[in-house]
Design a protein around this ligand. Structure first.
Ligand code: BG6
Ligand code: MG
Length: 218
C-alpha cells in the first residue's frame, strides 16, 4: 500500500527555477560571461555550490573556495530578494488539488527539498499546512542524488521506503528516490525523467487513482 508521498519543491510545487535563473544569470553577467536558459537546465535539483561549479565551468573560470563561497552568498541574496515577493499565485497548477486529495485519502505528505530557502517559499505561498513533515537543505548533509532527504522524510512520517512515492522534476531527484528504495513519479518530460516509474507533464495530470494504479502494476 501507499502510506506517504514525498514532494520536491522547486519545479514540482512552485516555479522557482525562473528566480534561480535570474540570480545565476546576474552573477554570470557580473563575472563577464553569458549564462543561457539552456545552461540553466543543468542546475535543476543541484545544490547551491554544485550549481556554482557548473556556472563557473560554463564561464571557463577557476576560482578559490573563499571566492566561490562569497559568490554563492551573493547569488543567494539576490534569490532571497526575488522569492520574498512570491505568493500563492506561484503554486504550480494542480498542486493544491492533488495535495488535498491525498490528505482526504489518508496519505501522509512530506517535503523533500535541497533548498535552504524552502521555508521562506512555503511560508510565502501558504503551503506549510499541507505537510506532515518538512525536510529541506538545512536538515540534510548530502544533496540529491543521495537518498538522505527522502529517507529522513519517510522516517518522520513513520513510513517504510516501499510505502512511499516521490514526486520530482529533476533527474538527480529520481535517482535519489531509487536509491532510497522508493517509487517515483517524474513531473516533466519522459526524455529527461525516463528512470521514473511514471512521468506526467504536471501535477494537473495526477490523481490518487493514477497513484494507486502505479502501485498495483508493480
Ligand atoms: C533545488 C533547486 O531545489 O534547490 C536548485 O532545484 C537549487 O536549483 C537547490 O540550487 C538549492 O537551493 P538553495 O535555495 O538552497 O540555493
Ligand atoms: Mg526540483
Amino acid at each position: 500500500p501507499i502510506k506517504a508521498c514525498l514532494f520536491d519543491l522547486d519545479g514540482v510545487l512552485v516555479d522557482t527555477a525562473k528566480y534561480h535563473y535570474l540570480a545565476w544569470k546576474r552573477l554570470a553577467e557580473e563575472l563577464g560571461f553569458v549564462f543561457t536558459s539552456e545552461d540553466n537546465e543543468r542546475l535543476k535539483g543541484v545544490s547551491r555550490m554544485a550549481s556554482l561549479d557548473i556556472l563557473l565551468e560554463v564561464g571557463g573560470l577557476e576560482l578559490d573556495d573563499a571566492t566561490k563561497s562569497a559568490l554563492a552568498d551573493k547569488k543567494n541574496r539576490w534569490y532571497v530578494e526575488y522569492i520574498s515577493h512570491m505568493d500563492e499565485q506561484e503554486i504550480l497548477p494542480g498542486a493544491l488539488a492533488f495535495l488535498r486529495e491525498l490528505r482526504e485519502n489518508g496519505i501522509r505528505i512530506a517535503l523533500g527539498s535541497a533548498s535552504k530557502n524552502a521555508m521562506t517559499i512555503l511560508n510565502n505561498t501558504g503551503l506549510v499546512p499541507y505537510f506532515d513533515a518538512i525536510i529541506d537543505g538545512t536538515k540534510t548533509a548530502s544533496a540529491k542524488p543521495d537518498p538522505e532527504v527522502f529517507l529522513l522524510g519517510a522516517r518522520e512520517l513513520g513510513a517504510q521506503p516501499q510505502e512511499c512515492v516521490v514526486f520530482e522534476d529533476a533527474e538527480a531527484g529520481i535517482e535519489a528516490a531509487k536509491r532510497a528504495g522508493m517509487r517515483s513519479i517524474g513531473i516533466g518530460s519522459p526524455e529527461v525523467l525516463g528512470a521514473a516509474d511514471d512521468v506526467v507533464p504536471s501535477l494537473q495530470d495526477m490523481t490518487t487513482v493514477r497513484l494507486l494504479e502505479l502501485v498495483s502494476h508493480r
